[in-house]
Write a protein that binds this ligand. Structure first.
Ligand code: SF4
Length: 512
């Protein structure tokens, strides 16, 4: 008899779209005749907490009372495209829902939001704290949800339970769920995979670090390894992700956002300090013809309102293929600054193919910094691209990074000036402070100390070589950069919590 497995997407991650990782694993298992179920415990857990808080909170303050009263209306609003034409209505719905989550977790000493999970006593980058979370699952705010949910799931007597962990915000909840399973059933083998696990293993974590709780820690693409664990010989893995088992109408988005990965890793792979480079992840793209074909199949099967291409950087050849063979619905994703995008005809063909928004990591407005970071881009091309995309009706979500080792305050001022000069071409903005990946080659030449003081920490704190320390960077970002009159409106229209996942819905269709 073939084994049975349950695949779980644990809290907390943004609940605007189904999880691509376990959808791909599930399709591979189906292709090889392995019985499997998927559970989006993130979405289910968040909806459970919201409802539970609404049911039991009778002595609430005014904001909480309003958020409880309007919960169903606010959830419905986020699932309705009309809300995205009214920024203040959207914002009110998101802030009220987020507030309720925050209230739900307060008495558990957890700061919970729609995008993050922060335990006041336990760190997700300390293996001893993760083990503590497993020892006391009852101390997790999602316990009232997962105790029943997992008991019901275990009635089918699966042989394996797999958790896909991609963000630090999922780590403590994952271990609480594993701990609960171990308390009630010892039989199931636990498999732990996802990009966070890959990063930890690359960082040097032993694969038996959670012995007694976790039976297999899987590094990299999980399909092949999973088939090996399940003892499937000569298994195949050719199908597109399978979203059948997910509650597609429950996600907090207007219609289904279909996530799709056309490549693992990044084709550029050269930027200094990038985790892709630091972890030595290989670039593994699918054939572009397979991508366009799969997207059209998925489009027919799921009828999405938006396609989210998950690649670290959509390659120029894939952009070209999408322009030639449109997937059939609006799409967006990350791409690099390359000269193709300065070509108006090319951008118009992308627009016609449904490209609603491109995410661009420009990172700095100082060419010297870009060169030292090995970004392989120049600012005059970036400027031309922003103007061309604007003209072509494709929205732009720009990413800038402050506090990198080659940056000083003068460079940061140049970045601010670049953003201000292009404010009419930048629709949404992400401004982040640089974190130094522990494993980067460049980190070896800097004076460092542990960032989060955890054995699983992905980043290190460092002495800035030009004296542009983190506190000064934060101060500049908050008090100067974000206050620039040309930049304020861009920051204001960037959706909170859901950020780029919801941004394309705010883009009004412009005729070409
Ligand atoms: S383009 Fe992006 S993903 Fe690729 S190496 Fe540079 S920073 Fe990393």
């Amino acid at each position: 008899m073939s084994p049975k497995i349950i695949l779980i997407h644990p809290p907390v991650a943004k609940c605007s779209e189904p999880p691509a990782g376990i959808a791909k694993l599930s399709s591979c298992l189906n292709e090889n005749g392995i019985s499997n179920d998927v559970i989006d415990a993130n979405l289910e857990g968040i909806l459970f907490l919201l409802k539970h808080t609404s049911d039991k909170n009778t002595t609430a303050d005014r904001w909480t009372t309003r958020a409880i009263k309007n919960l169903e209306r606010n959830l419905a609003a986020l699932r309705n495209i009309d809300t995205y034409q009214n920024q203040s209505r959207y914002q009110r719905a998101v802030m009220d829902i987020n507030h309720l989550l925050n209230v739900a977790a307060k008495s558990w000493h957890v700061d919970l939001s729609l995008a993050d999970y922060h335990d006041q006593n336990l760190s997700p980058v300390k293996s001893s704290d993760l083990i503590s979370a497993a020892e006391k699952p009852q101390a997790n705010p999602f316990y009232p949800y997962f105790q029943n949910r997992l008991m019901v799931a275990l009635e089918s007597n699966p042989d394996f339970i797999g958790f896909s962990m991609n963000y630090l915000s999922q780590a403590l909840c994952t271990f609480a769920m594993i701990g609960f399973i171990k308390q009630i059933q010892q039989r199931q083998k636990i498999i732990l995979g996802g990009s966070l696990i890959t990063s930890w293993i690359k960082l040097g974590a032993r694969k038996n670090i959670f012995r007694g709780l976790v039976d297999y820690m899987v590094e990299g693409a999980g399909e092949k390894k999973l088939l090996e664990i399940l003892n499937v010989k000569n298994g195949s893995n050719n199908s597109p992700p399978d979203y059948d088992g997910f509650p597609l109408n429950k996600y907090l988005s207007p219609g289904l956002i279909l996530p799709y990965s056309a490549a693992r890793g990044c084709y550029w792979h050269k930027c200094a300090f990038c985790p892709e480079k630091a972890e030595g992840n290989a670039y593994l793209p699918l054939e572009v013809s397979k991508v366009t074909e799969e997207l059209q199949i998925l489009n027919r099967q799921t009828n999405p309102s938006l396609i989210h291409i998950l690649d670290s950087s959509i390659s120029p050849s894939l952009l070209g293929a999408l322009a030639q063979s449109p997937p059939g619905e609006p799409w967006y994703g990350f791409t690099r600054i390359t000269k193709h995008l300065a070509d108006e005809d090319f951008c118009l063909s992308l627009k016609r193919s449904g490209c609603a928004m491109l995410k661009l990591g420009i990172e700095s407005g100082d060419q010297r910094v870009l060169d030292q970071l090995n970004k392989g881009i120049d600012l005059s091309t970036a400027s031309a691209i922003l103007k061309t995309l604007k003209k072509s009706g494709i929205a732009v979500y720009c990413y800038f990074l402050l506090g990198t080792p080659p940056e000083n305050e003068e460079s940061a001022l140049k970045t601010m000036d670049f953003v201000a000069r292009h404010h009419e071409c930048i629709d949404f903005l992400n401004l982040a402070i640089f974190n130094l990946p522990s494993r980067s080659v460049e980190a070896r030449s800097l004076s460092t100390h542990d960032f989060y003081e955890g054995d699983l920490s992905l980043y290190k704190n460092f002495q800035h070589p030009l004296g542009w320390q983190r506190s000064a960077v934060r101060n500049f970002l908050e008090k100067t950069f974000k206050k620039h009159p040309a930049i304020v409106p861009v920051i204001r229209r960037t959706p909170e919590f859901f950020t780029s996942n919801h941004a394309p819905f705010f883009v009004r269709e412009t005729p070409i």
